[in-house]
Design a protein around this ligand. Structure first.
Ligand SMILES: CCCC(=O)OP(=O)(O)O
Length: 303
């Protein structure tokens, strides 16, 4: 069971390198992450984007990108399509979002001809290392599914469980997080939470233990759970937090990044290949962690 970002990097070194196709690579943090991943032998990179800008950033900041292949494409949408096509034609194993809006890269991923659709729901899983929490904690979905219905939530859980397996976490505990820990028909996410727990008990969601509804406190703190009289095997020790919608997920993600001393990584799951997807504002360290996470996902797929 991988417990922190250091171990994610360590295992990615052992299971890599894998080739990544970077869409719109003209970004300092992206280039720093990619060159470090290459130096650590975690990944090789094909940089798709504005070659002049890429070379200027690399030169100004003394970043060694000499080992990277480069495809010149100034247009952001075209660069996204070309990066995705590199993966669908087998020249790369992983797509990485560079300096491009999430919606644009995802449109390329979902493209009928060159895309990476599988028919499954695509969802984002963020992995956080949080001080004083004894395990990695996953947040899903902070980036893609706006207001998932029950069956979409089921698949979002299954996608996050796939990430957990790539980190050798067996039977991850999934907390369906709401504003309350009691079912309230006026709060639909609490009703879904109960249904998801029931589906898990009935075997319709496999390979994990689902509990809910939980408020965030009793999902991650045994003390809070005890205080509120909650006795549940997931209470206080969740591996995966399923949030009700993109607003709560994105706010939780960015609160963790900007208000606390966390390390993080993020990928989109459900396509034919993992997609490295962080916020444009995330650090080069986060982007490197995300590349390593995607390498572990790709290595698991090719096993
Ligand atoms: C995982 C967060 C995705 C996101 O919010 O990206 P941007 O900040 O680049 O919009």
């Amino acid at each position: 069971m991988i417990k922190n970002m250091k171990e994610i990097l360590k295992f990615a070194k052992e299971r890599g390198p894998k080739t990544i196709a970077v869409a719109v690579a003209e970004d300092l943090d992206v280039l720093l992450a990619v060159s470090k991943a290459q130096k650590l032998r975690i990944a090789d990179a094909i940089l798709v984007g504005d070659q002049d800008k890429i070379e200027k950033i690399a030169k100004t900041h003394h970043i060694d990108i000499t080992a990277c292949e480069m495809i010149h494409e100034k247009d952001i949408k075209e660069a996204s399509r070309k990066a995705v096509a590199l993966v669908s034609t087998g020249k790369a194993y992983i797509v990485m979002k560079g300096l491009v809006d999430t919606a644009i890269i995802l449109k390329a991923v979902l493209n009928q001809e060159i895309g990476l659709r599988t028919g499954n729901v695509l969802s984002h899983t963020a992995v956080f290392e949080v001080p004083n929490y004894d395990r990695l904690i996953f947040v899903t979905d902070a980036a893609m599914n706006i207001a998932p219905d029950l069956m979409t939530k089921k698949q979002i859980i299954e996608n996050a469980v796939e990430v957990a397996y790539a980190l050798d976490i067996d039977t991850p505990k999934v907390a369906v997080v709401c504003a309350k820990e009691k079912v309230n028909p006026k709060m639909p996410p609490t009703v879904d939470a109960q249904k998801l727990e029931d589906m898990n008990k009935e075997g319709a969601i496999k390979g994990c233990m689902v509990g809910g509804p939980f408020a965030l406190d009793n999902a991650v703190s045994k003390k809070a759970a005890k205080h509120k009289g909650i006795d549940h095997p997931v209470a206080g020790c969740a591996d995966i937090l399923l949030v009700p919608n993109i607003e709560s997920g994105n706010v939780l993600y960015k609160s963790m990044v900007f208000f606390s001393d966390t390390k993080n990584a993020g990928v989109i799951v459900g396509a034919k290949a993992p997609i490295v997807l962080t916020s444009r504002a995330d650090s080069d360290e986060t982007k490197l962690n995300s590349i390593a996470l995607a390498v572990l996902m790709a290595a698991k797929k090719s096993n």
